[in-house]
Design a protein around this ligand. Sequence first.
Ligand SMILES: [Zn+2]
Length: 570
Amino acid sequence: MDDAQQTPRPFDIVVVPDGRVIGRKSRAFWRWVWALEDIGVFVAVVADDYDNTTTEGRKKMRRDADYAETEWETIRDRTQGGLQEKAELTPAAHIGGRAPYGYRIANKGTPGSYLVIDEDEAKVIKHVYDLVVGEGLNLRKATVRLISEGITARSGKTWTRDNLRDRIMSAPVLDATLVFRGKHAQRDEKGDPIWGDSVRIELPRILTEEQSEELRRKVAETAKHSSGKRWVYPLSGRVVSLCGKGHSGFGYAADREVARFYRCIGNGPKDLAQESCGCSRIDADALEKHVWKHVTAIVSDSERLQELAAEWIGMAAGDTAALVDRIADLDQQIEGMNASMAAVIVAAAKQSKSSDAIEAATAVLNEELQQLQNLRDEAAEWLAEMEESDRYARDLIALASMAKNSFPDMAPEQQAAILSMLELKVTITGPVPDDRRGGVPCTVRAWYAAAGLTVPAAALSDEEWARVAPLLPKGRGGTVRRSVDAIFYKARTGKSWPNVLKETGATIQASKHFNAWTSDGTWSRVNAAMADVEQVPLPELQLLPSMVIEGRVDPSAMLNAEERSRRECR
Ligand SMILES: [Zn+2]
């Protein structure tokens, strides 16, 4: 449709393989066909040989579409009537769709299907009640707890706070009711419901009325505590500063600008006698993205993890079979030794030797037996360790595939739970680049990022300058051209204004020009005029200091990733 409204029109006839692709079973079909006809585009449907370029074809199409619509209405009437009756008469009736969380469908697939409590899900609901009402957690913290306890949502995926809120704070769970039709009951002109009035379906209770009330109150209360914009800082308490202290997250929203940071707790100490450590704040989005990318890369790399695990345990995987053979062999030897000992004892007894004499006779054998036994014990222990590492390797593979599939778009609270399991620690080892701006991106970069534009790859040629000059005010002695070059240079390199001015020979006027030209639209026009010259993307932002990222998947395997990021920007 969008294409059809363009001038010149890119086509005159739309050919579709089958009426269904344009929604024959609904009014959408006609809206579509007529809208196209209005602008002189005709539709030909290949499968049914419709063609609305002819009167005959149009008639046929209308006939079929009308028929389809009548049919659809009959089906709708029939199902709606049946459902209404069922909602009114069957206790805890299941009126279609998925069962609400906490419930499952009994007699599924039969007309008499109804909802009963799903014991597993009810357990989760009661657990959340305990966490929120008992321990005073808010829903976000309760979500983190569920994730770290390995409790998943119905889909088998990890919980998110929004999903948990939708499932637990629902009318079926808290009020034990399900409203059929509800607000969506269609009404005619007189206001009477067309298909029947909405029906309240009573469900068996999971929480008592008092518990539901308490839960509702507590959730509202904990939500109010952290009023306004709520942000999660998955790395809070996990970042160690240059001065050796931890970081905590903080953020603000002002002038439509949202900023989140991690700040060293030695910065602005509560005890005024103490001096501030002077550590710079770190851009939270950049740091979280960087760390999470690392964690995902490392945890997804199952081979590397297994190598680490094998190294840690001090064994290569794969020789369990040899060890099992050795143990069997030792068992046989021990058995043989026991038999020989028995034979010696029997022989000595027959010769009526004293117990001292018997002991002396078996002493050597006994010593040998003890050695065999020790060897066997050692081998068995070794085997157990190897089996353990085997199991561990399998877990790692499972973890790796999970990381590959679900880490990239994990919600912050899920990230926080994973990072806590990994005991993740980030140690800052260098200064934050360009800390005079505290990580706020420069305005030139921000403008290009917001406009979604790339930057000319090289300085303007005389020919290119001639093209943009008419769009700009006249300057004296080439000031305007130097400003244009400087702004492009800054966008291309991400260097700071002082460096840009030094390297391009422009004056501080360049920065003023940029502000003026972006606010009156001049800079947009300049970029539009340059759209066909070779372009490069914006440079990567260097907001992060160098750092070491460490974590452990398990006491036996260390994740260790060292990352250095270079200083630069603006
Ligand atoms: Zn500090």
